[in-house]
Design a protein around this ligand. Structure first.
Ligand code: SLL
Length: 210
């Protein structure tokens, strides 16, 4: 009944190649695709190897990395989807395959390639979680031997929601209280007036009796 959740970040960074350096190549960008723990921690203690499968236009598109850092640096001209297969130290834990769209360009809102930010490095990373349910013994030992990085804690959406809901409720109560006070003043004045009128009628009645 054990579940271990290990947060990871995978994706790529890309920079424009200085064109003078590659006169007889159509490669425009240099990129690095990687998979790591959050905050850049390496995951080599429980990952045996990572297989990056690049586009077929690359020679040996299947790149196997057996030691951290689990990353591939290449140059190229185009964007494509690649797969990242993680195999764990214990073979009985089934591999996890991630998919990433390699990004070389930054885009405008309309989908066109941004020319203004052409020289800035482009980054495209995704957060994900490796979930191990009842992992094999050795994997369990190794995972629990090291502290598992966690995201900085922030108020949970739930508590934020209840704080907001509480403030709304308080505002409604104050508003209702104010309305009740207002009504009470109106009724009190009306009551005073009627009492006074009644007194006058009584006085008049006494006078008539006499
Ligand atoms: C496109 N569908 O047309 C994509 C494919 C492939 C990118 C992009 C190869 C470099 C090399 C390279 O950059 N391939 O030949 O070594 O945009």
């Amino acid at each position: 009944g054990v579940t271990i959740v290990y947060p990871i970040v995978y994706g790529n960074i890309a920079t424009l190649l200085p064109q003078k350096k590659v006169p007889d190549s159509d490669h425009t960008h240099k990129w690095t695709v990687s998979v790591k723990g959050i905050n850049g921690q390496e995951i080599g203690h429980f990952v045996k190897k990572v297989t990056f499968k690049l586009h077929e236009t690359y020679s040996n598109p299947q790149r196997v990395v057996e030691t951290p850092p689990f990353e591939i640096t290449e140059t190229g001209w185009g964007e494509f989807e690649l797969s990242i297969k993680l195999q764990f130290i214990e073979g009985s834990e089934k591999p996890v395959t991630l998919y990433h769209n390699l990004r070389l360009h930054s885009y405008e809102d309309d989908g066109s390639i941004s020319t203004s930010s052409k020289n800035k490095p482009v980054q495209s990373f995704q957060y994900d979680e490796l979930v191990f349910t009842d992992p094999p013994e050795t994997l369990y030992q190794i995972l629990t031997m090291h502290p598992i990085p966690t995201l900085p804690s922030k108020p949970s959406p739930n508590s934020l929601y209840s704080l907001q809901a509480e403030q709304d409720e308080l505002r409604k109560i104050e508003e209702a209280y104010r309305k009740v006070q207002e009504q009470m003043t109106i009724y009190k004045n009306r009551n005073d007036k009627i009492t006074k009128e009644l007194e006058e009628v009584k006085t008049e009645l006494e006078r008539i009796k006499k």
